[in-house]
Design a protein around this ligand. Sequence first.
Ligand code: AMP
Ligand code: MG
Length: 409
Amino acid sequence: MNLLSVHEAQERILSQFKPVEAETLPLTACAGRVLAADIISSDLPPFDNSSVDGFAVIANDMLSAGSAFPLTLSVVADIPAGSSSDITLLHGQAARIMTGAPIPSGADAVIMVEDTDFNNGRAGTTAPETVKVFKSVRADENVRKRGMDIKTGRKILFTGTQLRAQDVGLLAMLGVANLPVYRKPRVALLSSGDELMPVEFRLMQGQIHDSNSYTLSVLIADAGCEVLTLGIAPDKKDAIQFLFDQAVGVNADLIISSAGVSVGALDYVKEVVESNGKLDFWRVNMRPGKPLAFGEYRGVPFIGLPGNPVSAFVGFEVFVKLAIGQLAGLRTVTRLKVKVSLAEALESDGRESYLRAIVEERDGVLSAKLTGHQGSGNLLSLVQANALLIVPAGVKSLAVGDQAEAWML
Ligand code: AMP
Ligand code: MG
């Protein structure tokens, strides 16, 4: 098996996933979910309504109105928001109207209350019998016309969109109470290694806390998935297999493991996958995180991340996110990528490298510097970073001022 480029590995992973099934959920449960259908709008706003508190009028009546020549209209209706009036306004008449209330028939403009003699702005007032108007208005002034924001029939949200607050709000405007979204992908997670202990345990000599499960659980949940935590497998084939079988038993859509996919004498994870499924590749030309396995365990896709905490994180960002995006039905996995200028020189070993960096604006340009030593166990360097700086494959050194790409975290 040869060393794949990051791009090839990503393509191979992407080609193996398709979206999980859709389910119908109430709108209140849909934030963060991915739409499984296009949404077609009806007219918004749904009726002509006032954009101000004031008086609905006939614009043509108002031509002569001005501060020196107030025009007196008789007020024939009072229309608060949420009500409607079946009057038809005649010349010389006005209707008091509140923001959001429907424009009565006959009227074609609204004069702001501030431009009348009824401008004391107190709540609870009843409409006056007449109103003096100090200003003229154009037809349609202060009127939000039916369909002016969106016309019936327009596609406004698309399959594969992850719903944000404003998307949910727009759906509510349209009265969409239930909608089809993809169910959350179920991602099973395990750590492997005899040295690993859960965070609650006091460590014996040689042991360390399993930090990857904690980091990866957060990443998986943030990516919109259900996390099925399988725990820690010691470095024994049957123990690893036991946990993998549990993932199969709970119908995981994806199994993620960390560690045990390198060339150490006790790195059994690949072997277990190979003998119960298939290993597509297990090494990628990248830094950190060359040992990165992809395959399938008894029909369930599997990605084996490296054990070192930074490598596991980077492997997740570079590969697992794509797989999850595909499972979740996302149209694209978007990332904020920026061009940066290097504030320090750096060396690389020719692998595509993802270095922990701080990107900040300096004199109008984005400048990047590394967060200390880039050892793949040094999680602090990632804690301090706000970006991953990408050094392309084949590049061995970069000088101060050279351009590079960075992913904002
Ligand atoms: P391995 O891939 O098993 O050779 O692990 C590589 C390095 O990552 C070793 O130093 C492990 O102790 C460390 N490591 C493996 N799994 C974890 C984990 N879940 N949390 C923290 N460190 C880990
Ligand atoms: Mg190990």
